[in-house]
Write a protein that binds this ligand. Structure first.
Ligand code: ADP
Ligand code: MG
Length: 340
């Protein structure tokens, strides 16, 4: 039937394999930033410094003070499916790190100019690897790792065309930064864009971090939540209707410290607000759901923004009831009802 003859089947070259796979992990500067920030968290960083140029398209530079990468591991860090985070299926089911697929750096190296400079704990000095030629050379760095990603999609012009304006790409990066900053108030974070510092967030308590990122007004209209039922815990801040928005820009849901977009959870939240929030208004919240890692599968998609719950019904009910109860309490928000 087909006018085509069968062509010879050949394995794809490694570079091409990585460029194809990169499509799933690296969609835009913000996805690079997310992966690199998560690596810094996994490395136990206490302070992370982000510098962006031109919305992250021209450059994303992330410096952390984490455990670093040993010289002999630098080349492996750039290999596909190479990771220090899991080794067995058991590990995968209990995974407590943000990363585990060993794909991000390989993908980034395939579509951008990547250099990795790192000084592992106990190493006399730092080493740098060039993601293109994989040369390793001595370098200067006090502690931790600097990941430098320049000229995103220089090698894949077709993808480069899908990038939006600098302002839009920057806004996506800012959003990624905010999500991580909300989830990790215990870590000091700084973000600069085109040489201007946009966020300077010292390590501190969750309340201060939420105030810095969501605004005092949000907190004044919010209830503090901390409910648990067996292995499930829901904590965070949920704004009363007076603070509701016309867009969904103030909705943050985290599962075990990971920002997620989940239909089930969003539905439970929406339902809890149903009686008090009307029409086209959107609730505003920063909520952290914690549960046994074995009860949630984060390995649904490379970006890990979707999750699947083993006990979906129980999770839905718990979130709905915990939030409903909190919103129904009389009095106003934090600092008003709380009476400081
Ligand atoms: P994954 O995070 O899924 O393991 P990545 O490609 O993101 O895969 O990273 C590969 C490996 O490189 C990690 O497993 C880790 O050992 C190392 N690595 C990457 N970034 C850092 C960092 N900032 N500090 C220390 N080690 C890092
Ligand atoms: Mg990673």
């Amino acid at each position: 039937m087909s006018p085509h003859r069968p062509a010879a089947i050949r394995p794809l070259a490694d570079v091409l394999v990585n460029q194809i796979a990169a499509g799933e992990v690296v969609e835009r500067p913000a996805s690079v930033l997310k992966e690199v920030l998560e690596n810094a968290l996994d490395a136990g960083a206490r302070a992370i410094d982000v510098q962006l140029e031109q919305g992250g398209v021209r450059r994303i530079r992330v410096a952390d003070d984490g455990c670093g990468i040993a010289r002999d591991d630098l080349a492996l860090a750039l290999e596909r499916h190479a990771t220090s985070k899991i080794a067995t299926l058991d590990d995968l089911e209990q995974v407590g790190t943000m990363g585990f697929r060993g794909e991000a750096l390989a993908a980034i190296a395939a579509v951008a100019r990547l250099t990795l400079t790192s000084r592992a704990e106990g190493s006399a000095h730092a080493w740098r690897i060039d993601g293109t030629d994989r040369n390793v050379a001595p370098a200067a760095l006090n502690q931790g790792t600097v990941v430098d990603v320049a000229e995103l999609f220089y090698s894949t012009p077709a993808r480069r065309k899908f990038l939006k304006s600098e302002a839009t790409e920057y806004a996506h990066c800012d959003e990624v930064f905010r999500r991580i900053a909300l989830a990790r108030p215990d870590i000091g974070l700084q973000l600069a864009h085109n040489g201007r510092v946009v966020h300077r967030l010292p390590a501190g308590d969750p309340l201060r971090r939420v105030a810095a990122l969501m605004g005092d007004d949000f907190l004044h209209h919010a209830r503090t939540l901390d409910a648990d039922a067996g292995p499930l815990r829901l904590a965070g801040f949920a704004a009363l209707p007076a603070y509701s928005r016309t867009s969904r820009d103030a909705q943050y849901l985290f599962v075990n410290g990971r920002f997620v977009r989940d239909k089930l959870l969003t539905h439970a939240v929406r339902q809890a607000y149903a009686d008090i929030l009307h029409g086209s208004r959107h609730p505003a919240y920063v909520l952290f759901l914690e549960l046994d890692p074995a009860g949630v599968d984060v390995n649904v998609h490379p970006a890990k923004i979707e999750v699947r719950f083993r006990e979906a019904r129980a999770v839905h009910q718990f979130v709905f009831h915990a939030l409903t109860r909190s919103l129904a309490e009389s009095g106003a928000g934090i600092g008003i009802a709380g009476g400081d």
